[in-house]
Design a protein around this ligand. Structure first.
Ligand code: BJW
Ligand code: ZN
Length: 287
């Protein structure tokens, strides 16, 4: 496995970790002209959006990771659509928190100084854009987009309807104990062009990321001179290798997370705690 081989030398190289060293981090940041922030579900946790792993990762009796697969969709499209209807409603009603706002303000400051600032997010909730960030790469798709499953069509479209179809009205409650009567496939969301079955425009496990989007992210990772890793468990590939690759080039990486994660040892700076508090402080941004 290539990722394993790539990570091994890093474990040996990294000797000194700085915990809660806001001053040292700000100094390094002030010398940086090309900044990348890699974000995950934890950045939206304080906006009320459940994370994938840990306590928030269950919907009814299912782990989110079991529903976010092509197999789940093709065998139980009604169930997967109920799950996504629930997630869409939460995301559409959520507001950016202080972490999203700090990143958006920092992007503006960078722009004024002629510096590059880009967000690579694994999140599908659209909250970075809602906060005003403009340079956002959405690696895993977006809840407000749908794609037609008819291979001859494949149209991708924005869709903010809530519910997205009448059959999903009142469905998606995560606390329901038993499966509700199945929604007939013909009543699930349909493509406006060809009436094919729609699916969420989301990259599920085992699916390839959009090659153009992945390349853009890789270019940013290869060119940046500092990387902030915010609210991600850093276990899902390919995103999991981005920050370690920056560290491998000898560039500083700062992690903002409630806890230690498997890759934490590879990163120079660590700021434990909710990123809605630690990030504005580290970036020296007044919300
Ligand atoms: C806070 C906080 C606060 C909380 N403040 N912090 C073996 C080796 C290598 C790869 C693979 C492998 N086996 C399978 C694979 C491939 C697979 C993969 O990586 N699996 C791993 C689990 C091992 N990857 C893929 O399938 C990808 N495709 C791919 O690789 O194609 C080629 C290929 C295919 C098959 C085999 C091999 C190669 C596609 C990945 C798509 C991921 N999609 C998902 C679902 C989207 C569905 C949806 O949103 O509806 O994206 S998975 C899920 O995980 C979601 C997330 O974007 C992603 C990352 O999770 P994230 O964001 O890190 O969230 P959490 O919950 O894990 O962590 C939250 C963190 O926040 C925690 O650390 C908290 O502590 C912290 N936190 N509150 C700060 N207030
Ligand atoms: Zn279609």
């Amino acid at each position: 496995m290539i990722f394993g081989k790539q990570l091994m030398p890093l474990v040996i190289k990294m000797s000194k970790r700085q915990l809660n060293d806001f001053e040292a981090f700000r100094k390094v940041l002030s010398q940086s002209k090309n900044i990348v922030a890699l974000t995950g579900a934890g950045v939206s946790a304080e906006s009320g959006i459940p994370t994938f792993r840990g306590e928030g990762g269950l919907w009814r009796k299912y782990r989110s990771a079991d529903l976010a697969t092509p197999h789940a969709f093709y065998t139980k499209p009604h169930l997967v659509w109920e799950f996504y209807h629930y997630r869409r409603t939460i995301a559409f009603n959520a507001q950016p928190n202080d972490a999203h706002k700090a990143l958006a303000k920092y992007e503006k400051l960078c722009e004024e100084q002629g510096h590059k600032f880009n967000i690579i997010t694994q999140n599908v909730d659209g909250l970075h854009t809602k906060a005003g960030s403009r340079n956002v790469i959405e690696l895993h798709g977006a809840l407000h987009k749908v794609v037609c499953t008819n291979v001859k069509c494949g149209t991708v479209a924005e869709n903010f309807d809530d519910p997205i179809c009448e059959a999903l009205r009142g469905r998606g409650d995560p606390m329901v104990r038993e499966d509700l009567p199945m929604i007939d496939k013909k009543d699930l969301p349909k493509c406006k062009k060809c009436s094919g079955l729609l699916r969420p425009y989301i990259v599920w496990f085992g699916e390839n990321l959009d090659p153009d989007i992945l390349q853009q992210a890789r270019d940013l990772v290869e060119e940046c001179d500092i990387c902030l890793v915010i609210g991600t468990s850093s276990v899902v590939y390919p995103a999991a290798m981005f920050a370690p690759l920056v560290a491998e080039r000898g560039k500083p990486v700062a992690e903002f997370n409630l806890t230690e994660e498997p890759a934490s040892d590879l990163f120079q700076f660590h700021f434990p705690g909710p990123c809605g508090s630690t990030l504005p402080r580290a970036l020296n941004i007044q919300i």
